[in-house]
Design a protein. Sequence first.
Length: 699
Amino acid sequence: MSTDSQMVVSPDAAVSEDALVVPGQISQALRSGFDWPQRFSRRGPIAKDFENKPWLNCQEDFNSPRDAISFFLGFDDDDVRYHGRVRPILDICQNMDLHDLPSIEALDSEKRVAWLIDGQRHEDQINFRRCLGALTARQLTEALLQPRYRVPLTANSEEVDNPQAITNSGGVQIFDAERRLLYLTNLDCWSILALVKTAPVSQARLLGDFFHKHLCSRTSIGVAFASQGPQIFSLEFHLPFRVWRITKGLLKDERIKRSDSEALRSSRNVTYLMPPGDNDEESQVHGIYSGHIACLVSGYDYWRWTAHFAIDTWFDEDEGINDQVTRYDNDREDGFEWDPCSGGQDDAKRPYWYPRVWFLRIFGIRLDQIKDEWESICHHLGQSIEREDRKHKNFLHESRLSPESAVTQQHSKHLIDSLEKTMMGSRDILQDLLSDLHELVKVGASFMSTEVNFFLNNDGQPGQAAECYPYLTEIRGRFNELGQLSFRLGKYQERCSFLIQHCESSRRSALQNLSPVSEERFAETSELRNDQLLAVRPRDEDEVRVLAFSTLLTQAFSQTTALFSADGVIAFTRNWQSFLLSLLVAYGINITIVAALIVWLQRAGRRVQNALDTGPGLPVVQPTQNSSDSSAVALRPNDEAVAQGFATDTSSTNSNGGGLTFHFRRRLSDRFWLTYRQPERVDDVELGNRNTPILEELA
């Protein structure tokens, strides 16, 4: 008995999300748009002779693979319109001579790449043909050339099915292969030619799209009913994915495209993103590899259908693991026969017989596998970016704590270059990955809003809504998780862009501090400031004192006037006595504040002067005679650090035009904030210029 009957659940157990609408709530017009034709629920007559005969047998001569494949696909390769669909297939098949196409030996390849499961269900009885195990392309061709259906019996000039098996010359019963599951790994030229050689007319056009989407790594999920030719249905999904693998060396896909001599699937070495490890880990290569999963289910009804399943496994270095056919061959020798399309999760002898249920079951399993692979990539990339981000934050923290000695300039440049290189590589990887993941999530959302209704019919046909609900909820959950992974990768990409911008700004800042242009600009600014201070005359100081005294006199009067003009604020009577008293109080407050400020400034100045006079490494002011008419003042700093919390950073500015050389001390410690001494005016007879003012600036 089939296990399909065990999977039936109540419609009340269905999810309530909008993506899965209860069929009873769908409008009649919508239901009719997604109903399956009634012909698929009946065992109608089919042209079994055509199903047993390969489509290529209808054409006798083939001079090139272009002719054979173009005929098989029903396209005219000379028409530019079809180049996009035919050329990718010809790219893989290359320049093989198909004169020997009828010869099976011409398709021989020793790689085992296929698995075939043929069975029949008649009146709740399931029969299977003998399992052939892992097959090469040549062995697959031999198996597919065997008649799929027995020649029907005739009664009164009408064909009737013969449910009984026939016995071959070896005494083995052979049943009709009404349900055929064909599992392929690493679809290459030999596998393609094996299918082209053996496929009947009902599968030819569908296989053309199947080859094209799989080889070009397209994303697609859909349901279709044939509008011309054999009246069949088709269910398909095409899912690109990426994997993270650790191998002894970077792997390359052996399938080479003739057009550009590039591998069909991409490989990317990401070992530089990993932290240094032990000797064993250092000899290993971390790589991100691309792959694709394709599934096509087509048939005449719910009992007679074919499933083509193709998956890439070329990035798995060891034999007999994951989805390689050798794994299932080893299990078969141990007495276990699994369905490879389900990833070994379903027993091949207890199958999901109806096409809609089987399709959703396989779809959910493979979508979960893809989600796990994306999760692994997201984990590794996230760790790499977070590790570099922590390194960057530690570097900034150390720089703030000890800006002069924490990190040397050369080491700082090395850290910035290393961070920028890693982040740019990570950003490029994320951009490539997100394009595939975004497309997958988008196509999945489209499927859950439209094509999902093809699986929500309560029409009494096999594989109706009640049987599909459990798998649809799993599929919806996987797409939601993939959407969350897409969001995480997007955040990682934004973080990479931010760190790259920070590296660029840090590099520009460092270049500006070291460039001659910045030194010249600093010199010009300092010279201009010195000239402005030197231009101050005694009468200018008198004007400042007069303005300050005038402000002190008028400030108190303005405050008192403003106070008396505020209605509702003053509780006492407003007259000339109270105004005079308030004015005197305001003068007293202002005078007290000014006096306190003057005393504080004088004390602060004395503390600074005492520190300069007593501290080691004090700059010595020595008058020097310049060859020009103007005098020169040089503040010559000692090589040792200035004590009492003064910073050691000094810079010099040369003014060739005026002959003045100023040495500025630019930073004070937290104890002494930026302080400027009052410019002093002296008539220095020793300098030979009585009119040259001397400015000492500590900044």
